[in-house]
Structures are given as C-alpha cells and as structure tokens.
Ligand binder design. Structure first.
Ligand code: HEM
Length: 496
C-alpha cells in the first residue's frame, strides 16, 4: 500500500484497499455510495482516493481539463464495458474511435436539427397535458413523474425511426413504467459486473431461455435489442425498396447510401449491428435524465407557491393569449423559466455517478451540492441564477455540469433542453391549479444507478410482460403486472 503511486492521496483506509465498500453501498444498499462520497469530501477535502486505483476531484477548475474537447483522459473500461453495447458512442472507451462514431450522429443532434424536430416534442406534450386533464376529470391522480420519462422515450423513438415505431408510452395507463425498471435493473447488474468482472461472459453469453429463468430483466434487455434490430432492418429494407418516409428519420438518413457516401464520416462503420447499438443507447439515455429534471421542477414549484406564481406570471406575460402556440425559441429566452430549468438540472444531477476517466473521476452530485457556491444546496432556489453578482453566477455556471463537458458530453443536450422548456413552459402556462397528491419527500430522493433514480420497492416479474406488446418481441410467458410500490411524482388539478 505504501508504494502505490496514489499512496499519498488522502481518503478512507478501506477504500484504498478494496472496491468491496463501493460494491456494498451501490449493489447491496441501493446506490447510496454517493452519500459516502459527500461525507468524504467534508472530511478529506477536494482530492480523495475513492478506490485502490481511483481519485475523485472536486475542484471545478479540473473539470474543464479532464472533460474537454481534446482531452487525453478516456473512459474507464472497467465501468463502461458494463454500461452498454461496445460500439455505441456512449460505451466506447478510446477517444479516437469515439470521434469517428460520434461524427455519424452529430448532425442530428445539432440545435438546427432539433428545431426541425420541435413539432414532435409539441405533439407529445399535447398528449401528456390532455392525459393530465382526463385523469383529473376522472378524479384520478396522474403519475406525472412516469409521464415525464415516457415523453422522452416517445420523442426519441419517433425521431429515430418514425411514428410507426414509436412505443407510445404516453398512451399507456402506466406510462410504460416497466421500461424504467429495465433500465434500473440493468444498472444494478452494472454494479455487480464492475465488481465481479469474471461474471461478464456468463451474463452476456447466456441463452435467452436461461436468462429468462435466472434473471428476467436480462431477457427484457435482449428483447429490447431484438425489437430495435427489427426497426433498423426495416429501415434498410425501406431504403432498398426505394420507400422514402414522409419525414426522414435519423436512421433513414444515416443509413441511406447516398448520404453515407457523401457524409463527412467513415461509411464503413454504418452497419446494422452498430446502428442497433446506437439506437439502444439513444432510447435509454434520455428517459430518466429528462424525466427527473421535469419531476424536480414540478415537485418543487408545487411545494413553493411563490415559485409557481412567479413562473406562471412570466409565462402568461410572454404568451398572453391562451390559444397561441408556446414555442421553444420564445420560452428559452425567459429568465425566470431558465433559472428554474437550471435549478431543476442542478438538483436532478443528470448522471449521478462519478464519470471515471481512467484514474480520475468528477461527479455532478458533489459539484451541484458544493456548499461554497450553493449554500443550503438542497434548497430549490431559482434566484441563485438571477443574482446581480455576475461573478458569483459565472462561478455557479462553471459548477453546473448535468450534461458533462467536452468530447464525451451529452449528444442529446439540445433535444433535452427543447423538451424541458416546451413541456414545463406549456404545463405552467396552462393553469395554476396543479397540486401534489401524497408525495413523500423520501420518494423524491435519488439513488445512484449511474443515472439518478427514485427509490422503489422490490420489483419482480416485469420483464416477463414488458415486451409482449411490441412487434418483434418473442411471446412472453404471462402478462400479469405485479402490484408494487412505485416512487413517482403524483399530481392532479385541484377541483376548486
Ligand atoms: C436532462 C437530460 C439529460 C442529461 C442531464 C444527460 C446527461 C448526460 C451525461 C452527463 C452524459 C455523459 C456520460 C458519461 O460521460 O458517461 C451523457 C451522454 C450521452 N447522452 Fe445524455 N443526458 C440527457 C438527455 C439525453 C437525451 C435526450 C439523449 C438522446 C436523445 C441523450 C443521449 C446521450 C448519449 C448518446 C450520450 C453519450 C455521448 C458520447 O459519449 O458521445 N442524453 N448524457
């Protein structure tokens, strides 16, 4: 231990010897290691040894060096080989390969491209708002937290493959909650595989029938990949048959040989397996992240009448006629709404887990809760971003990293921002009668499942029914939904 290159880095003794501690808190105690990290920061300061070969940094100055466009640091394979398909831009570890792959998708996630897709976000928002009204008319609370996750999944599916392939989570009574369970459970497997890497070939090599028996969720993930493979293959056959969809989707464009041959990227990497990997990641990456930010906003605004009132007043002034379209370009210029969105991203963290770049990690959970920049950091306070002290606000902006930064920052950021502004702006413009129903503060805590997830009761059996309704999935054994406690934000419109 004394001769290790990190021997002089302060940190708890046990963590310098073994990863057992992290495994225990994340796998056994449901993603709670981040709370330990916060304690370590108080005790050891800004540089901490958090595992035998890992250091956690907390100084925002370091962020722009480690997470930069031309960084030499690359994603740590011990974690990222467990997070998703190897040839997706998300899991790829080497920066040089990643650059080639990201170039394929970049054009579809530019701001310009997202503005062209705003109509999809608006249409899905119509559905969510109509559902809220319909539930309230029936005297039934709406699981709006789940609805917020559902909207993001529906939007990216429609952008990726077209309306026919959209899972229409928003139309389902439970907003397709099983999908969040699949993501959560696969993240839980990640904690296991990160610690016990020898299990990886066993888990990934298991035949489908055995996976169903041993761990139903892994069968659910396999079914997801199968369904998505069928979408990608359909795109190829559409292109071969000369069928052009009314509106070109991401994958209809990227797989079109004419585009591929003229594109500014290596066309040999546009293959069916690679495109399946990218689609799996795109569909998974937006759900909880976007959903959590909307949930935090709605929960906190409904808890604090002053925030609700100020937000609504700004929206009514910007859109005085209730029938006029509430558009993203106008919404994003509103200062109070923008401060609310920032506070929502700050307290939903994006990816809660430290983002390991070989030996170094930095973590939005700690940066967003830095007491020197965000006093009473748990308080949802939009005024933090409207403070007249420009230097103070600039320091806070530097510490706000929900999308990370640099070459591996979130490709979906422009789309996510459009979703956040449109859904929240339209909902809070609509009426001032939204109220919370039976929300316990403990339901709104976050656990670290790489992304941030709300606590849940033990979940069983969902993968058996989850994909049965999707074309391309194998028939599942049974379609029984098992009742279980769900922590989600419930709201309704007050009768008054
Ligand atoms: C509020 C919403 C979102 C937040 C806070 C967020 C946050 C993040 C963060 C922190 C990363 C870096 C992860 C790492 O370094 O391991 C990331 C990467 C990524 N995100 Fe997001 N995300 C959001 C929404 C979305 C959406 C809507 C999509 C897809 C449409 C998406 C797709 C991706 C992809 C593909 C990557 C990998 C990028 C790469 O390595 O090149 N995200 N996101």
């Amino acid at each position: 231990r004394h001769f290790h290159p990190l021997a002089n880095v302060p940190g708890p003794f046990l963590e310098s010897l073994t990863e057992l501690h992290r495994f225990y808190y994340n796998f056994v105690k449901s993603g709670t290691h981040s709370l330990q990290l916060e304690r370590y920061r108080e005790k050891y300061g800004p540089v901490i040894r958090i595992a035998p070969n890992e250091v956690l940094l907390n100084d925002p100055e370091h962020y722009e060096t480690i997470y930069s466009a031309n960084t030499k640091f690359y994603k740590d394979p011990t974690l990222y080989s467990t997070t998703g398909p190897d040839t997706s831009i998300f899991a790829m570890t080497h920066n040089e390969d990643h650059r080639l792959y990201r170039a394929v998708l970049n054009p579809f996630f530019s701001r310009r491209s997202v503005l062209g897709q705003e109509y999809i976000v608006q249409r899905k928002t119509d559905k969510l708002l109509a559902r809220l009204d319909a539930d309230s008319d029936r005297g039934k609370p709406t699981e709006i937290g789940m609805g917020f996750c559902a909207i993001s999944v529906d939007v990216i599916l429609e952008c990726s493959f077209g309306a026919e392939a959209c899972w229409n989570m928003l139309d389902r009574e439970d907003f397709g909650v099983w999908y969040n369970d699949v993501i959560r459970s696969s993240a839980s497997i990640m904690w296991l595989l990160r610690f016990a890497s020898f299990l990886r070939p066993v888990m990934y090599g298991m035949p489908h029938w055995l996976a169903r028996l041993v761990y139903p969720v892994s069968a659910g993930i396999m079914d997801a990949a199968k369904v998505i493979t069928s979408y990608v293959k359909r795109v190829v056959s559409d292109i071969d048959a000369g069928l052009v969809p009314k509106r070109k989707t991401i994958f209809h464009t990227v797989m079109d040989p004419e585009v591929t041959s003229s594109g500014d990227f290596d066309k040999s990497i546009v293959t069916v397996p690679h495109m399946v990997d990218e689609a799996v990641v795109l569909i998974g990456a937006g759900a909880e992240t976007v959903g959590n930010a909307m949930t935090v906003c709605t929960w906190r605004a409904l808890l604090d009448p002053e925030i609700y009132k100020t937000l609504r007043a700004e929206l009514v002034a910007a859109f005085p006629d209730p029938t006029q379209p509430v558009d993203f370009l106008t919404l994003e210029k509103l200062p109070y709404l923008s401060a609310v969105v920032k506070e929502s991203l700050r307290l939903s963290y994006g990816v809660m887990h430290p983002l390991p770049r070989t030996v170094v990690n930095m973590c939005s959970f700690l940066m967003h809760r830095d007491p020197s920049l965000f006093p009473y950091s748990d308080k949802f306070d939009p005024q933090r971003w409207l403070n007249p002290d420009a230097q103070l606000v600039a320091g806070r902006e530097k510490c706000l990293v929900p999308f990370s930064k640099g070459n591996r920052s979130c490709i979906g950021q422009p789309l996510a921002m459009c979703e956040l502004y449109v859904v929240l702006g339209r909902r809070f413009r609509k009426s001032d009668d939204l109220v919370l129903v039976d929300v316990r503060p403990e339901d709104m805590l976050y656990q670290d499942y790489f992304g941030a997830m709300h606590p849940r009761g033990q979940v069983r059996g969902y993968a058996r029914e989850s994909w049965a309704w999707l074309e391309g999935a194998e028939r599942q054994w049974e379609a029984e939904w098992k009742a279980r406690p769900v922590s989600s934000l419930q709201v309704t419109r007050s009768a008054a």
